[in-house]
Each structure stands twice: as C-alpha cells, then as structure tokens.
Design a binder for this molecule. Structure first.
Ligand code: HPA
Length: 235
C-alpha cells in the first residue's frame, strides 16, 4: 500500500516513530541504534526505517523542514499506518542566556507565528501542547540518564530568520527553543488523539550569535537519541 507521500506496507511501521527533520539523521539512528532494521520508505528521500531497541519495535522517519512538511507526514503515519506515538528529535535555536549550545530542550507547548493551526481551529489560538504522559516519561528518562534538560514553551516559526524585535519578545516570554515544526505536530496529533512529544538540541544561540559545528552537533544529538529511545520504552 502507499499513501500520497509514503510508500510502505501497512504493517511496516511500529506504533511509535522517532522523527528527526533530516533524512540523513534517520539513517544514522537506524544504523547506530536499531537492531535488525530495514528501510521502509524512500519516496522523496524521506527515509524511514523500522528496527528494534532493547527488543522494542521502533520506527524512525524524517519529517523535513517546516510545519507543512512535518504535519503531512505525521498525519499520514497516524491515519494510514496506525502510528500512535510520535517523538520529534530535532534542532532548535535558543534566546535565553541560561540555555546553552547543545543543551536539550523539551517542548511542553509551542507558540507559533504560523497560520496552520488557525486554519484548522476556526481562526482561534490553539494551545499546542505535548502529551503529558510523554512529557512525564522524558523527565523520568532524563533523571535516569543524569541528563540536564530544559522543559518549557517553544516558538514554532515559518521563517528561519527571526528579527531582533521578535527575539526580545521570545526572551521576555521565556521561550526555551525556536523551531519550525512543533506547534503543527502537536495540533495534528491532538486532532487524531495520538501522543506526541518534541525535543531538540540547541544548534544555534540566536542572541549570542553562536552555532554548533556539524561535528559537535553529532555528539549532542547522540544524547538526545538515547533520551528519545529510553522515553519510547516508558510510554
Ligand atoms: N530558528 C528556527 N528554527 C531552527 C533554528 C532557528 O534558529 N535553529 C534550528 N531550528
């Protein structure tokens, strides 16, 4: 069977899918963390794999950049492949002084400048939130791993470049991470009554004008991959 954007068989996916933005990351996770994995999608090179982590069947699939891309993959995974749990594992920008490059930020909720949720929510402001059970379990998993995490409100933007006025507003309102997908993923998950959680490593500190080299990105990403897999075992 295939859907508009995914060409996999009905039972190819686990009910839990880890979703990086980047297909190369999806391949990296399968090759380095999953046993007995197989590739289950390559349409548009939006790579997907299913394998086993500590005997639990887990899938990983990239969702691309931005709400429109992420939301359509999430929706098709839910409606056509019976996926029940989604963990986004991405990168984000930061503005707060106490949040450093490579830190892990968990989106308890996500504000947005995108119209995507308003289009679906009769022009009103939808409070896009993480699944509580998943948020609870990522906290437990982080304690077990002795890993410091930030938990709070994200800002999901349609424009990668954030101007200085908006940056000071984000700081004022205590935003911990800036990304381009979370608010949409949370709304679509809620619409279809499935659980989702978004976590990101900080790849750039926007106010300090700092960013992580691609090599360093990898090591901080590894902690987050393990955190997401350990969370997946608990939910
Ligand atoms: N802005 C938006 N999305 C991002 C950023 C950013 O600075 N960094 C990683 N994803």
């Amino acid at each position: 069977m295939s859907t508009f954007h995914i060409n996999s068989k009905k039972n190819d996916f686990s009910d839990i899918v880890l979703m990086p933005g980047d297909p190369v990351r999806a391949k990296y996770i399968a090759e380095n963390y999953l046993n007995n994995f197989k590739q289950i999608n390559k349409t548009r090179l939006m790579l997907a794999y299913t394998g086993y982590y500590k005997n639990k069947k887990i899938s990983v699939m990239s969702h691309g950049i931005g709400i429109p891309s992420a939301a359509l993959y999430v929706r098709e995974l839910i409606t056509e492949y019976n996926v029940k749990k989604i963990i986004r594992i991405g990168t984000c920008g930061a503005v707060r002084d106490d949040i450093k490059l490579r830190d892990i930020a968990i989106a308890l909720g996500a504000s947005t400048d995108s119209k995507f949720n308003r289009i679906r929510f009769n022009s009103h402001d939808y409070a896009a939130i993480a699944d509580f059970n998943m948020a609870y379990n990522v906290f437990i998993a982080s304690k077990k791993m002795n890993l410091k995490i930030h938990i709070g409100n994200f800002f999901t933007t349609d424009s990668f470049d954030t101007d200085s006025k908006m940056l000071s507003i984000l700081n004022k309102y205590n935003i911990i991470g800036i990304d381009m997908e979370t608010a949409g993923i949370y709304a679509v998950s809620s619409e279809f009554k499935v659980q989702s959680l978004s976590m990101c490593t900080v790849s750039d500190h926007i106010s300090k004008k700092e960013s992580v080299s691609s090599k360093d990105r990898e090591s901080s990403f590894n902690d987050m991959i393990i955190l997401s897999l350990e969370t997946a075992l608990l939910v």
